[in-house]
Design a protein around this ligand. Structure first.
Ligand SMILES: C[S@@+](CC[C@H](N)C(=O)[O-])C[C@H]1O[C@@H](n2cnc3c(N)ncnc32)[C@H](O)[C@@H]1O
Length: 211
């Protein structure tokens, strides 16, 4: 990427982070709506719920340092994390498939990717990731799990056939109770090892080379 292109993406990201900062009210509104029927993604259709800038930079570094090219994301939202993934992919000549259940969010994310000049690196699949990634054939170098936590395990198991010896699985919100239950299952599987990052907010799963 040229310096000009990097500045263009960083300017957009600053704007998106400023919007995301207003999330607290939208998240509270989402929880209020969820009280009776349980948490529903649609109740958070205006909320970014994004990763931090530091996590974004970390993901970008991970991609570049390990020359990761085939990247899959569960949970696009408005595309903040995807923009970091795509910046990494631009350096490795890779591409990102990102999945979002809420159509309005996915369409807004697509606009952001155009504004960032990174839309040629990103495919957004609209709908339930369990369906839009079903029968995924390509091998996966990096999987970012950042959608609804009850799907981390079934999605991981569904995509496991696409993993290889160097696959990295970046798990956000690792400190939430549903994620902890998922990580407990993975911990018992000798095929994988785990490393906590960002004080336990993130866990990086890698394939154990002893096997
Ligand atoms: C935490 S947000 C993602 C934030 C985004 N990765 C970022 O950092 O900018 C989680 C997103 O996952 C989406 N989601 C929830 N369940 C999903 C499903 N079954 N398939 C696809 N997306 C889903 C939600 O609508 C929500 O926008």
């Amino acid at each position: 990427m040229t310096i000009e292109h990097q500045i263009q993406v960083e300017t957009l990201l600053s704007h998106l982070f400023a919007e995301a900062k207003k999330d607290r009210f939208k998240v509270l509104k989402g929880f209020a709506k969820s009280v009776l029927k349980g948490i529903q993604p649609a109740d958070f259709k205006e909320a970014y719920l994004s990763i931090s800038k530091e996590q974004g930079e970390d993901l970008k570094e991970l991609i570049v340092a390990n020359k990761l090219r085939n990247i899959v994301e569960f949970g696009t939202s408005f595309g903040i994390s995807t923009l970091y993934l795509a910046q990494g992919a631009a350096e490795t000549n890779g591409h990102v498939i990102s999945t979002e259940l809420i159509e309005s969010k996915a369409l807004a994310a697509r606009e952001n990717f155009k504004k960032a000049g990174l839309n040629d690196r990103i495919e957004v699949r609209i709908g339930d990731a369990m369906e839009t990634l079903e029968n995924h054939k390509e091998s996966i170098d990096l999987l970012l799990l950042d959608g609804w936590k009850d799907l981390y395990l079934p999605l991981f198991q569904m995509l496991e056939l696409n993993f290889h010896g160097k696959t990295q699985i970046y798990v956000d919100n690792a400190d939430m109770s549903e994620t902890k239950a998922f990580l407990e299952v993975i911990r018992r599987n000798t095929n994988y090892k785990m490393e906590a990052k960002f004080g336990g907010k993130v866990v990086l799963i890698t394939v154990n080379d002893i096997n």
